[in-house]
Design a protein around this ligand. Structure first.
Ligand SMILES: *[C@@H]1O[C@H](CO)[C@@H](O)[C@H](O)[C@H]1NC(C)=O
Ligand SMILES: *[C@@H]1O[C@H](CO)[C@@H](O)[C@H](O)[C@H]1NC(C)=O
Ligand SMILES: *[C@@H]1O[C@H](CO)[C@@H](O)[C@H](O)[C@H]1NC(C)=O
Ligand SMILES: *[C@@H]1O[C@H](CO)[C@@H](O)[C@H](O)[C@H]1NC(C)=O
Ligand SMILES: *[C@@H]1O[C@H](CO)[C@@H](O)[C@H](O)[C@H]1NC(C)=O
Ligand SMILES: *[C@@H]1O[C@H](CO)[C@@H](O)[C@H](O)[C@H]1NC(C)=O
Ligand SMILES: *[C@@H]1O[C@H](CO)[C@@H](O)[C@H](O)[C@H]1NC(C)=O
Ligand SMILES: *[C@@H]1O[C@H](CO)[C@@H](O)[C@H](O)[C@H]1NC(C)=O
Length: 489
């Protein structure tokens, strides 16, 4: 009886595959000489290999209907569990193919090899029901030459070892997760030249087992009993991070995913939906960038606004590093703001707000600082300004640099230039000075203009004189733009 059941479900499966994936039958393994050409007009996921229990499948995955990647997906939900090349997917095109010649190779007839496992001597590719895609060599003591479990993308699944040599990256590549010597942490990613700041850290409790120096790095594993374990030695967790389903016997598939908003969440599949049973950051405003760059997230109200009180969208995000670009900047100040990750940032004890701002101002790897008047601590952000949290406490004062990209085209930077000129006009009018004095002053300030009341500093790169001559007083009449910018008073 069991057998006939199986037969009918296999029949059903074949029907499903034939209709859904336009594959007559998916092989249980991929052998040497295999080649599959992508069909851009096919379903969003084209199956190439399915595990024996038909829980997961490996194949071509269309991304945004413009790009293509290799992926292992959870069949009942369609959820990708692994991606080959998420940071740099191929263009969706009929010239993209996957072949296996000992190495799994994704290539484009036009541009060559896009991705490869570089395992010259593999015999077959198999997919386990754990979702682990493996390249195996026959007759070897160590038959597994390569496995997708060692190269996670944004997700780890039950029983997958997450080691200190691996990292998770959110699909948008803005966040990462990795292990330290005794902790698991989440980081923001800004690309080359900017150190990745940590925004969440879980240190091993070492309640039952200690981490022993020199006994190797720790690794993490999602356990079927509903927890994330940190281990140095098998079966001896140095930490247990329990999920809501802790100690409940849940047969469903489990995954831990670093989401595109920077949160880390654990799920199990209940046969219908993915049930969330762990959330690392439960408060929206504690996420790294919930309101975008130069945004303010107000705790409790879950509401976004802008540091400069603009209502037509906040300042555009900065990327990169002021040291490398030698860019000028202007400054935005705001009372009653804080950073949720400030305990993970470098800080110094200073005597005054001015000292705190001075530290940041003179340091081109500093994008902003929060000064706490109560404690005298000065927290420096060595990464581009993201969302800060709005708090009632006016004793916390934020100082934020805004890059001043000199650009000829209109639009965002054009608008900012207008503001710059308004600021200049205000300074000039207030001081009652002429251009001559102004020029000497601006030269001394190396291209920076300091608003006297300290609420806004506007920098101008080389050549402001020309702009002033042609535009400044016309700009002052743009009272609309001026009115919006309360910061200039
Ligand atoms: C897909 O779309 C999302 C949001 O629309 C975007 O952030 C992402 O960069 C796109 N990915 C690719 C590969 O184009
Ligand atoms: C497999 O194909 C790739 C791409 O064409 C090539 O670089 C590699 O040398 C081949 N490997 C073997 C073992 O033939
Ligand atoms: C994989 O299959 C084995 C039996 O072969 C089973 O015990 C296990 O629960 C399956 N795992 C998943 C995630 O389905
Ligand atoms: C995870 O690591 C343990 C201990 O090193 C090992 O026994 C186990 O086979 C590994 N699991 C996988 C799926 O690689
Ligand atoms: C799974 O969860 C959904 C939503 O909570 C629920 O409606 C459904 O009944 C659950 N399915 C099972 C099999 O428990
Ligand atoms: C500049 O700031 C970075 C990060 O806050 C810090 O590591 C570095 O030591 C600072 N440099 C100087 C010269 O103070
Ligand atoms: C900082 O605190 C001192 C004393 O507690 C107070 O006099 C001063 O006004 C505060 N400064 C700011 C900027 O809030
Ligand atoms: C923005 O509005 C807040 C609250 O109304 C005020 O305290 C702050 O000074 C304003 N900031 C700027 C830059 O205008």
């Amino acid at each position: 009886m069991k057998k006939s059941n199986q037969t009918s479900s296999i029949l059903l499966l074949f029907l499903y595959l034939a209709t859904e994936a336009s594959a007559a039958a998916t092989p249980s393994q991929i052998e040497k000489g295999f080649k599959a050409v992508n069909d851009p007009s096919s379903a969003p996921f084209e199956t190439l290999l399915t595990d024996p229990t038909t829980v997961v499948s490996f194949g071509f995955l269309q991304v945004n209907s413009t790009h293509l990647d290799l992926a292992v997906i959870h069949l009942p939900s369609g959820q990708p569990l692994w991606r080959a090349n998420p940071a740099n997917p191929a263009r969706l095109s009929a010239s993209v193919s996957l072949s296996f010649n000992g190495s799994l190779v994704l290539s484009d007839d036009k541009t060559g090899v896009l991705w490869s496992t570089t395992t010259a001597t593999g015999d077959v590719v198999i997919l386990l029901n754990s979702s682990n895609l493996q390249i195996v060599k026959f007759d070897e003591l160590e038959p597994v030459l390569w496995q997708s479990f060692d190269h996670p993308s944004d997700t780890i699944v039950q029983d997958q070892n997450f080691t200190s040599t691996a990292a998770l990256h959110s699909t948008n590549q803005l966040y990462s997760m990795s292990l330290g010597s005794n902790y698991l942490a989440l980081f923001m990613e800004f690309g080359p030249g900017v150190k990745s700041p940590m925004y969440w850290k879980h240190t091993a409790m070492e309640a039952k087992n200690q981490i022993i120096q020199g006994k190797g790095p720790i690794y993490a594993q999602v356990d079927s009993f509903g927890f994330l374990g940190l281990y140095q030695k098998e079966n001896a967790p140095v930490d247990v991070l329990p999920f809501d389903s802790f100690n409940r016997e849940i047969p469903g598939f489990r995954r831990l995913t670093l989401e595109a908003d920077g949160n880390l969440k654990s799920y199990y599949w209940n046969d219908t939906v993915w049930v969330t049973d762990y959330v690392a950051i439960s408060n929206l405003c504690d996420l790294p960038n919930p309101c975008g760059a130069y945004g303010v997230c107000r705790t409790g109200q879950s509401q976004c606004s802008c540091l400069d009180n603009r209502t037509d969208g906040c300042l555009p995000p900065e990327s990169g590093n002021l040291c490398l670009s030698r860019e000028n900047f202007w400054v935005l100040r705001r009372k009653g703001v804080d950073l949720t990750n400030k305990d993970l940032l470098p800080f110094q004890k200073v005597q005054s707000l001015e000292e705190c701002e001075g530290l940041c101002e003179q340091n081109c790897s500093c994008w902003g600082a929060i000064y706490s008047n109560a404690s005298g601590f000065c927290y420096q952000m060595d990464y581009p300004v993201q969302t800060v949290t709005g708090i009632g406490d006016e004793n916390k004062i934020g100082y934020f640099k805004v890059g001043d990209q000199e650009s000829e085209n209109e639009g965002e930077s054009g608008r900012r230039k207008v503001k710059a000129l308004v600021a200049v006009g205000v300074v000039l009018a207030a001081a009652g000075v002429g251009f001559g004095t102004y020029r000497i002053w601006i030269t001394r300030r190396r291209g920076r203009i300091d608003g006297k009341n300290g609420s806004m500093v506007q920098g101008l790169a080389s050549g402001p004189y020309k702009n002033l001559k042609t535009n400044s007083f016309r700009s002052i009449e743009l009272s609309d733009s001026f009115g919006k910018n309360e910061g200039m008073r």
